[in-house]
Design a protein around this ligand. Structure first.
Ligand SMILES: [Zn+2]
Length: 372
């Protein structure tokens, strides 16, 4: 069976470039909260109306739920009665928070345009002890900071480590700035050194809707959430041997066009399948970490159904393949019609582009969507 997928070398290179596979130290600075029940309150009714309070409470709830493991709470946010140490949500005109816990009142400022779930979680993560992701000691392996494009240079400084957790660099972290953060004259303040898988470019733009799996993992590690000690990921994997074999063949076929070594393909597939299982895949822009197996489960993403955007077949579920012209960064998972595809034979003189057009002719309806 022939499959069509145009891999771009630049993305796959991420499999063997040292900065993609390094395990690096994640830093969190600032003291930790001594108690896992963290009281909070609001400064007064004028600063936050009922809707705003509701949104903030829901964001805290989301944080709390995400951190729970097997239904067991890790951190809990409770409304303050008379506890001496607490978070005070206030509004001093900016979105800001100190880093970590201090005895007494711990302010988090949320101006009007900061009252969004992701921003609230961003500031609360600071309060839990984390500085910005792009301030990590290893950030220069992952991003270019274009310091001349901002007047707020201090926001882009590296921080010193007080706590260290082995977690890969996370471009999508809720505490990572976007490329346009604090910029002057429409010039980016930071860009990724490798293309960001889900956004097609080296510029980083995420909607900051909530924590990534790595954000969750970082907090769980930092606060030593109990259940994390149980290596439960192995039981959750559904291995699908037939599917593994098919993916191997497919990747080998593709590898031939791209001079990517079979070993690399094997390594990537073995890791993806043994760690994520047949229904999940490991996003290519996340480094593969061998030291901590629990991490894999957190990073595995659900496979995509026909019609969803993709870059590689590994992302599509068992009934579909990723079809992507070489000049496009994004294709679509397309339902496999085995019989029709088997009838196609690729002439050695056909370019992949010509072959792609043939396949799309057979597949019909998505042709316009992709090539148009
Ligand atoms: Zn921040």
């Amino acid at each position: 069976m022939k499959f069509l997928e145009y891999l771009t070398i630049s993305i796959l290179l991420c499999l063997n470039l040292s900065f993609c596979s390094n395990i690096n130290k994640r830093s969190a600075v600032g003291p930790l909260w001594p108690n896992k029940k963290i009281p909070y309150t609001f400064s007064n009714i004028i600063e936050f109306n009922l809707n705003e309070r509701e949104l903030i409470k829901n964001a805290l709830k989301q944080l709390e739920t995400s951190l729970a493991i097997n239904g067991e709470t890790c951190l809990e946010f409770i409304e303050r009665h008379n506890e001496p140490d607490y978070i005070l949500f206030t509004d001093n005109g900016e979105c800001s928070s100190g880093i970590g816990y201090f005895p007494g009142k711990n302010r988090i400022s949320l101006a009007d345009d900061c009252i969004k779930t992701g921003t609230v979680i961003h500031e609360v993560m600071h309060r839990l002890g984390f500085d910005h992701e792009h301030s990590r000691q290893d950030r220069d392996n992952n991003i270019h900071v274009l310091i001349n494009n901002t007047s707020n240079k201090e926001n882009f400084e590296m921080t010193l480590n007080n706590y260290e957790i082995d977690v890969p660099y996370d471009f999508h972290s809720v505490i990572h700035y976007n490329s346009d953060a604090l910029q002057n004259a429409n010039k980016p303040t930071l860009i990724s050194k490798v293309p960001i898988l889900l956004s097609d470019s080296n510029e980083i733009y995420h909607k900051r809707e909530g924590m990534t799996p790595l954000d969750i993992y970082k907090i769980q590690r930092l606060y030593k959430c109990k259940a994390l000690e149980i290596p439960d990921f192995i039981t959750g994997i559904s291995q699908d041997d037939e599917r593994v074999e098919r993916e191997k063949k497919r990747f080998k076929t593709e590898a031939n066009f791209n001079s990517i070594s079979n070993e690399m393909i094997e390594k990537y597939l073995n890791q993806t399948f043994s760690l994520c299982g047949g229904n999940y895949f490991w996003p290519l822009n996340y480094p593969l970490v061998e030291s901590n197996h629990r991490l894999y489960k957190l990073i595995c993403m659900k496979k995509k159904s026909p019609g969803e955007k993709c870059r590689f077949s590994i992302e599509c579920n068992s009934e579909s393949v990723c079809i992507r012209p070489f000049f496009k960064k994004v294709g679509y998972c397309i339902k496999i019609d085995n019989e029709k595809i088997n009838n196609l034979s690729q002439n050695v003189n056909d370019s992949m582009f010509e072959y792609g057009k043939k396949v799309l002719n057979v597949l019909g309806n998505l042709k316009k969507k992709i090539f148009g």
